[in-house]
Structures are given as structure tokens and as C-alpha cells.
Write a protein that binds this ligand. Sequence first.
Ligand SMILES: Nc1nc(=O)c2ncn([C@@H]3O[C@@H]4COP(=O)(O)O[C@H]5[C@@H](O)[C@H](n6cnc7c(N)ncnc76)O[C@@H]5COP(=O)(O)O[C@@H]3[C@@H]4O)c2[nH]1
Lengths: 196, 196
Amino acid sequence: DYGSSMAYSYFYGYLNIVLPSVGDEKKGLYENIKVYESQNGVEVPVKKLFILIPTSLHIPPNLEEASYYWMESAKKLESVVKHRAGVVHRTYHNSVYKIHPRGQRGNDSKVYVITEGATPLLTFYEVLEHSDKDSSSYKEYKKEIAGSFYRTLRHIIRSKPECRDLCELIYYEDYDSDGKKVNIAEILLEKIEEQI
Amino acid sequence: DYGSSMAYSYFYGYLNIVLPSVGDEKKGLYENIKVYESQNGVEVPVKKLFILIPTSLHIPPNLEEASYYWMESAKKLESVVKHRAGVVHRTYHNSVYKIHPRGQRGNDSKVYVITEGATPLLTFYEVLEHSDKDSSSYKEYKKEIAGSFYRTLRHIIRSKPECRDLCELIYYEDYDSDGKKVNIAEILLEKIEEQI
Ligand SMILES: Nc1nc(=O)c2ncn([C@@H]3O[C@@H]4COP(=O)(O)O[C@H]5[C@@H](O)[C@H](n6cnc7c(N)ncnc76)O[C@@H]5COP(=O)(O)O[C@@H]3[C@@H]4O)c2[nH]1
């Protein structure tokens, strides 16, 4: 099923490349974050990649837009460079965001986090958009795909000792029970709170 | 089916991002190649991306290894930078290779080509390798996946006027009828000959 096969390709084609340290010159995520903290004089309280999995499958290009602008993109982590399938020096990098709690800027309480959306879901969303079918009939289907992607990815990650403490999956509904669009910055702050 | 869904995701998540020019500052592949030619004083006779689709699904990290070293990686094309699903400034680039016909270096006959393997197939190959099944029982299955990926991708590209003249799919068996590993440089040279 699509959700499940996307989870395998996301793990082997990406997470397995950016997360683990493998005992050679390539830094894993944890070490990459430590270097970032010291080079930029900041603190990243939870040294993991938070992966956003919305039931709508839609993730905006910049997460600022999904956070009522509580989030602001910061300088990125160092890229991982690796030859892959004939693309020489292919680069992979994770984004760093600052969260301004309650949207308040100009104070010292900003929280740094390494986070991004699960890109295969956005790509699949675009594939559905381009198929000539009525995209509202896909609402339930999209939620099933998101769910199966989430469960499969969670299963894969739990079975990989070198990756499981380096990422956190956030599976969420885009709209709350009052029909208001959720603020992913609030969700991330809660997750971070739980872990510090 | 897997081959077909991989082709849709490869098109919408990658080819549709790197190939077309869209009338804004982002250069499409054709313009990117023209800029490369003038900046490096070289000629790229066929201004397309050649995508390699082997029935084994296995593509080495650097294509030099699949060409009896007739091919040598050259400086890459300029990257396409685009925010995507929360990864800010995600980069995509195509690799340029020089082909030394008959493996002979030190003469003027090298041929420049933009080429790479179809990455989702390699990722899928790795997924199969990690599943605890006997990977030899997958040989026929892999060929079916490669075939369905090829046919679906060919169908998608033919329906996209802004992409179809910018890439060429090369679907091939890794070993010839004598059991000798094919030389992808020879295959590429033949394809280039046909078009100039
Ligand atoms: N040759 C090549 N160069 C690229 O830059 C590239 N980017 C994507 N692709 C292929 O296109 C298709 C769609 O990509 P998507 O982003 O939805 O999924 C990607 C994406 O969710 C994640 N991923 C891979 N590279 C990155 C990256 N640099 N940043 C974030 N996520 C990434 O892992 C999935 C599988 O990647 P690949 O298995 O390398 O092949 C992809 C895929 O088949 C590429 N292929």
C-alpha cells in the first residue's frame, strides 16, 4: 500500500542517510546539532529531527506559514554530502527553526528546533491534485495514507537502534474540533516540554 | 503498483522541479546547460537529462563504475534551490559526466552528458535488500518493477510538453546475452549519436 511503501523509501532514501553517525567522517544528526550549537552560540534543547505528518498530506514550503508565524527559519544544519545513484555530491540538509512562544518576538525565550514535513506525503498530495479526480473525494483516502505512512515509519524507526532516539514523528489533524487550523509551533513546544 | 507510484513521485517530486523553465528566475535544465557551456568553455551536444533505468535496480554511487571508467564525473550543473515541505532552501542538482570514447583519455574527443540513475529504483533495491527475504528470488520481481517504472514515467513525460524534450529514459539489462556487464558509456554514446 502507498503509505507503507513511501515510509520505506523515506527511511532508506533519506533518514538512514541524515540521522545515524557511522564512525567515519560523516557526522550524524546529534553531532551536527552539537556543532551548530557551538558555531552559532545557541541551544537546541531536544537534539532530534521532528517529522510532521499531517492528515491532509499538505505541508507548506516554509513551516512559518503553518505556525501563525510563531516560527522563523534559522540557519540550516551542515549538509550531508554523498554520491547517490550517479548524482555526484548529492546534498541533504535539515532545517532549523526558532519558535517564538505565543508569537512574541524580541525576548530571550525563543526555542530552537530541527523540524520538517514528511516530503513524500506532499509529493503524493501533488500527484493526487494532478489526477483529474475530484480532490474532495480523496479526504478520507489521504487520512488513511497518512496513517499508514506514520505507523509503518514508526515501526521501521523503532527497529533501528542507531536512529530511534534521533527522530520523533508528529502525526496530527490539520484542523481542531472547532475547525480552527492547528498551530504546529504549539504542538512542537508541547513535544519539546515533554522531553526536557 | 510500486513501479508506477515511484514514477509519479519521481516526476512530481523531482523532474518537475529540475527540468522545466517556468518564466521566473529559476532556470530550467536547458538554460542551466547553456550557462554551464559558456562558463566552462565546453559543449554539451545533447541538452537533455539521460535517466538510467537498469533491470537490476542497482546503480552505483558514481557512474564511472558502470562504464569501465570511460566516464569521469565533471563539475555539476548549478543547483535548483526551492523551499519544500518545510525544508528551507532544499537543493537539487544534476551531474555532468565526460565520456572518453573507448576509454581513451588525453585526446579531444570527450563527450559531455547530463546523466544519472533513477534514484527511487536504487532506494527500492535497498528496501528489498533489508527485507529478510532471499534477494535472488527477487530478480524477476525487480525486472517487473523497473519495467513498470519505465513505462509509467515514459507515459507521464510524454504528456508534459514542458518536460518531454528535456529528458530521455534509458531502460536496459545490466548484462548482455554473453553474461558480460554492459558499458553504460557505450549506451549513452549511441543515444547521443542518434540525436546530433
Ligand atoms: N536524483 C535525485 N536528486 C534529488 O535531489 C532528488 N530529490 C528527490 N528525488 C527523488 O524524487 C522522488 C520524490 O522525492 P521526495 O522529495 O518526494 O521523496 C524523498 C524525500 O521525502 C526524502 N528526501 C530525499 N532527499 C531529501 C532531501 N535532500 N531533503 C529532504 N528530504 C529528502 O526521501 C524521499 C526519497 O528520496 P529518493 O529515493 O532520493 O528519490 C526521490 C523520490 O523518488 C531526487 N532524485
